[in-house]
Write a protein that binds this ligand. Structure first.
Ligand code: 5RP
Length: 223
């Protein structure tokens, strides 16, 4: 099976977690995109979705799925999203698609976080994937100095020769070379740095369910 076929398989499996008649929280990225395409097939069964990025909102709308503003929604039964890395305990690195802040916000409102990913994302220890940190643009150099002191090498994420701008008009620092022994503690430590909007560690509130695409089929994990 190709990586895309594994992503498609978990996207299909995630449909079982969609609660009929509800508004669904939807993540960002290639795996989330496969999920949106599956959601489009059963759109008559849901009220709509809350999107974690402008790209996701556009894809949901292209399927005719109503997109709700999070401010108009008091709770979500489920949030479904991919990950860049996930541990056997359900802690994740996210933000490869630069949507980490909105992802964390939408996930925080959901009763259940279902992580969908191909099996290559399963790791014993987080940190091989550079850790994304969304920062206020005027603070990026100051934050980078403090992140360096943690032992990693921060690099400003670029696009077309310019710093990449997130949906929140902020920058991303990708922190390379960290071995993350205690993701819960590090999440708090980095979020406490002035100028940081959000760190892409999802450990204090990790996944509740993982659907990981393996050669032998979709493996389900509950955390
Ligand atoms: C976007 C994310 C994605 O969930 C993560 O990057 C995984 O993406 P993909 O499904 O394309 O592998 O956090 O900000």
């Amino acid at each position: 099976m190709t990586q895309d076929e594994l992503k498609q398989a978990v996207a299909r499996a995630a449909i079982d977690y969609v609660v009929e008649g509800e508004i669904i929280g939807v993540g960002t990225g290639s795996t989330a995109n496969f999920f949106i395409d599956e959601l489009g097939k059963i759109k008559h069964k849901i009220k709509g979705a809350v999107a974690s990025s402008e790209a996701t909102a556009a894809r949901l709308q292209s399927h005719g799925i109503p997109v709700f503003d999070l401010n108009d929604v008091s709770s979500l039964a489920v949030y479904i999203d991919g990950a860049d890395e996930i541990t056997p305990q359900g802690a994740m690195i996210k933000g490869g698609g630069a949507a980490l802040t909105r992802e964390k916000i939408v996930a925080s409102v959901a009763k259940k976080f279902v992580c969908i990913a191909d099996g290559s994302k399963l790791v014993d220890r987080l940190g091989k994937f550079p850790l994304p940190v969304e920062v206020i643009p005027m603070a990026h150099a100051a934050v980078a100095r403090l992140l360096s002191a943690l032992g990693g090498e921060p690099k400003l994420r670029m696009k077309d020769g310019q710093p990449l701008l997130t949906d929140n008009a902020c920058y991303i620092l990708d922190l390379h070379g960290l071995q993350i022994a205690d993701p819960v503690a590090l999440e708090g430590q980095i979020n406490n740095i002035v100028g940081v909007v959000t760190v892409g560690l999802f450990a204090q509130r990790g996944a509740d369910v993982g659907l990981l695409g393996m050669a032998e089929g979709v493996k389900k994990f509950t955390y």
